[in-house]
Write a protein that binds this ligand. Structure first.
Ligand code: TMP
Length: 212
């Protein structure tokens, strides 16, 4: 590798945590400071696989639970060549949800183990930093109604939160818990500081493999 590679920075959290807002602000501030950065999001709904996922989430079609889990994973794998290309050009990727959402959401359904859910994503480019935006259920409720897509109920979101707590015990991942109940600017400053550290650390190390 001739230039410093970019870092993979993932934002995770349950709905209403402010992930998308914070991803956009992070990309903007990095770029304003001369750090090349681009946003990715999963599911990436524009591909053929992404369109299948999107209509499933909008309750327009039904897919068997294992099948949809594998489609979410395939949707990440299909973007890997592009992600690697950008990273090698020195562009840092700010990613709105990744394999951790994949595992947390499917394993919140009956009959799915964490292990089974993790398997299809083993070997994906490993994030250099994963920030979990944490809001308690009462703050989430104050932020307004959930949407109308599949999974957008408080009972399911609580189950998802518990699965995230399990995933955060994994010491092979650079997890940082961010108190997202604060105002947007304070949360952003915290996220920016963690990101700059991760970008500097990642620059001269090879891209890792997730859960390997
Ligand atoms: P979005 O609202 O961020 O576009 O996410 C769409 C929904 O898909 C959200 O409820 C989380 C869920 N999801 C999964 O079930 N598996 C996955 O792998 C990902 C990335 C998201």
């Amino acid at each position: 590798m001739t230039c410093r590679r970019g870092a993979i920075i993932v934002l995770e959290g349950v709905d209403k945590a402010g992930k998308t807002t914070q991803c956009k602000k992070l990309v903007q501030t990095l770029q304003d400071n001369g750090v090349p950065a681009e946003m990715f999001r999963f599911p990436e709904r524009t591909t053929k696989i992404g369109q299948l996922i999107s209509s499933y989430l909008e309750n327009k079609n039904n897919l068997e639970d294992h099948t949809v889990h594998l489609l979410f994973s395939a949707n990440r794998w299909e973007l890997v060549p592009l992600m690697k290309e950008k990273l090698e050009q020195g562009i840092s990727l700010v990613v709105d949800r990744y394999a951790f959402s994949g595992v947390a959401f499917t394993s919140a359904k009956p009959g799915f183990s964490l292990d089974w859910c993790m398997n299809p994503d083993v070997g994906l480019p490993k994030p250099d930093l994963v920030m979990f935006l944490k809001v308690n259920p009462s703050e989430a409720a104050r932020r307004g109604q959930y949407g109308t897509e599949r999974y957008e109920t408080s009972a399911f979101q609580n189950a998802v939160q518990q699965r995230f707590e399990k995933l955060m015990k994994d010491p092979t991942i650079n997890w940082q818990v961010i108190d997202a109940a604060r105002n947007i600017e304070d949360v952003h400053t915290d996220i920016m500081n963690h990101s700059v550290n991760a970008i500097n650390k990642a620059a001269n190390t090879p891209i890792g493999e997730l859960w390997k």
